[in-house]
Ligand binder design. Structure first.
Ligand SMILES: C[S@@+](CC[C@H](N)C(=O)[O-])C[C@H]1O[C@@H](n2cnc3c(N)ncnc32)[C@H](O)[C@@H]1O
Length: 226
């Protein structure tokens, strides 16, 4: 089993050009001593400027990506090499987190790392960057099953879902990396099954941790039974 996890349409991007001259962004830039074009868009600081941005409710939350990546890359399943993690951003940039990458636990360090990667086009060794849509990313991964997780999906227990995952060789699971709203129609077109794992809407990092834990247990069970 090689499980591909895509944090899809993630709210991670540099401040878009049309916002770089706004007062809040310029003040933040002066305070940090970083050029606006090299800063992450962050709702906590740029809220007022973001109000006119298209899809603003789905953008500017790098903290969600940070928490989700920490959840994924801290699990035994990832540490044992069963999982490849990708971040697909709202702006169609794909970051691949190579095996063995230790991401910064501190948000400030994570922000610095992402600003460097996105401004310089990757180059941080264990994180590569390329321009790609979800469709293009999936063409590279060549998964034998694509499952999107969404509150709009068909209700399924994590146990059942994990059974489906471990029955495949190269499955792909997509978790939304955004605070509100749902997958775009472009993303939905790529999905074989859309699954809801709980009656409540949950945070992406909770979904990530639960999913990997249940798959881990399933793999262990299979090993003992074989
Ligand atoms: C904070 S949610 C996005 C908000 C959105 N309103 C929603 O309810 O899906 C982030 C992601 O976590 C996953 N997620 C959250 N709750 C879920 C649930 N009950 N079942 C399946 N996936 C869920 C989805 O992939 C979602 O895109």
């Amino acid at each position: 089993l090689k499980l591909n996890v895509v944090v899809a349409e993630a709210a991670l991007e540099l401040v878009p050009t049309e916002l770089q001259r706004t007062t809040v962004v310029r003040n933040d830039s002066l305070r940090r001593g970083v050029n606006p074009s090299r800063m992450l868009l962050d709702r906590s600081f740029h809220h007022v400027a973001m109000l006119k941005l298209k899809d603003d409710f789905k953008r500017g939350r790098p903290d969600i990506v940070h928490a989700t990546l920490l959840s994924l890359t801290s699990t035994p399943l990832y540490l044992d090499g069963f999982v490849t993690v990708y971040v697909h951003t709202h702006g169609d940039i794909v970051l691949e987190i190579k095996e063995g990458t230790r991401l910064p636990k501190s948000y400030l360090r994570f922000r610095g790392l992402m600003e460097k990667v996105l401004s310089e086009g990757g180059g941080e060794g264990l994180i590569t960057m390329r321009k790609a849509t979800i469709r293009e990313l999936l063409k590279d991964i060549q998964p034998d099953w694509v499952c999107g997780l969404s509150t709009q999906g068909v209700s399924m227990s994590l146990e059942e879902l994990s059974g489906k995952v471990i029955a495949r060789k190269n499955p792909c699971i997509m978790i939304g990396g955004f605070p509100h709203g749902h997958f775009s129609s472009e993303t939905l077109k790529q999905v074989d099954e859309l699954v809801r794992i709980h009656s409540r809407p949950l945070e992406a990092h909770v979904v990530a941790a639960r999913l990997l834990y249940v798959i881990e247990k399933r793999i262990e069970e299979k090993r003992t039974n074989d």
